[in-house]
Write a protein that binds this ligand. Structure first.
Ligand SMILES: C[S@@+](CC[C@H](N)C(=O)[O-])C[C@H]1O[C@@H](n2cnc3c(N)ncnc32)[C@H](O)[C@@H]1O
Length: 314
């Protein structure tokens, strides 16, 4: 498989999408094109594949990966945020689609490119925008250098489930008074300075949760996911499948709740059951999420936290 990204739970995703020649499918998270390529082969002849990614690197890589898929498949790659999935697909003029795949999070290429700032392992600019052409989106450096301390602590706690959110936020604010944080190393140093002792073997890196939290905040990942799920459900033709792979509990909870709501179930909430629920448009096919096999996680440790949920349009 390509060094760009190894597709996770490929066989399970293909099965879940219920592919056949002539089907119209949206891969909303193109990445290196691993899933897209396999989808294209299964919808030939006559299928349409619309593949979206907000990252220009993904579009460039997948253009190569998909260069030799069967000519009888109409492949359209679009650089767009999947929050706009409903409009993006409507603009293609193909009507309802038979499948939508969302393989959430970042690609290995994004994680392993130092200049993108996603990983604490590499020294690079503290950027973390998935779409580097988007000048409206504030980078991770912008956030750590400008947000109030309480807001930083909230981000680390809510999006990273970081129990040391407050001391870490305080340390960042203390440091930025004399020198702004510019690199991944600056952020790692600030996090480390709040740790009581050295990390013990087997423990996760002390900055793991802070990096996850900032990435979610920079890309507004939880908001765009919810919007995308609702949009995806609307563009499916009856019998069409919505297949979503998430990699942490915050994402999975949103998938589970939106699926529950759109299938007419009561959504998990502490509040009393709200106003009448809308007409259900989905049937959930996975009571529990599907996890990768032990063999897959052994070969590809990045698959280890993946959870796959499937719903079908009524
Ligand atoms: C896990 S990778 C997908 C890998 C892909 N399935 C493959 O086989 O190579 C996730 C991709 O989704 C993209 N992505 C994440 N959030 C997005 C969003 N809101 N809109 C569009 N693309 C997004 C990322 O840029 C990344 O390339």
């Amino acid at each position: 498989m390509s060094a760009y990204h190894t597709p996770v739970m490929l066989a399970e995703c293909l099965d879940a999408l219920n592919l056949a020649p002539g089907r119209r499918v949206v891969d909303a998270t193109l990445g290196g094109g691993g899933h897209s390529r396999a989808i294209a082969e299964r919808i030939a002849p006559g299928g349409v594949l619309i593949a979206l990614d907000q990252d220009a690197d993904a579009i460039a890589e997948a253009t190569r990966t998909l260069a030799d898929v069967p000519e009888t498949v109409d492949v359209r790659l679009r650089q767009v945020n999947f929050a706009a999935i409903a409009n993006a697909v409507a603009a293609e003029g193909i009507g309802g689609v038979d499948g939508v795949l969302l393989d959430l999070g970042v690609s290995s290429h994004q994680l392993d490119t130092a200049g993108r700032g996603f990983a604490f392992r590499y020294v690079g600019a503290l950027d973390m925008r998935m779409d580097q052409n988007d000048t409206e989106t504030r980078t991770a450096a912008d956030l750590v250098n400008t947000l109030p301390e309480a807001e930083l602590a909230r981000i680390f706690f809510e999006y990273g489930e970081e129990s040391r959110s407050r001391p870490i936020a305080a340390e960042i604010v203390r440091r930025r008074r004399t020198k702004l944080l510019a690199t991944t190393e600056d952020l790692v140093d600030a996090v480390r300075a709040t740790m009581p002792s050295r990390t013990r073997a087997g423990e996760i890196h002390p900055a793991t949760k802070v990096f996850q939290a900032l990435r979610i905040a920079v890309n507004r990942e939880l908001d765009v996911l919810e919007t995308a799920l609702r949009g995806a459900a609307l563009i499916l033709a009856p019998g069409g499948r919505l297949v979503v792979m998430s990699y942490h509990s915050l994402e999975d909870r949103i998938v589970k709740n939106v699926f529950a709501e759109l299938s007419g179930k009561r959504v998990e909430t502490d509040l009393p059951d709200p106003t009448p629920r809308p007409e259900p448009i989905l049937t959930v096919l996975t009571k529990k999420p599907i996890a990768p096999t032990d063999e897959e996680t052994r070969k590809n440790p990045r698959a280890r936290s993946a959870k796959l949920r499937i719903a079908e349009r009524r």
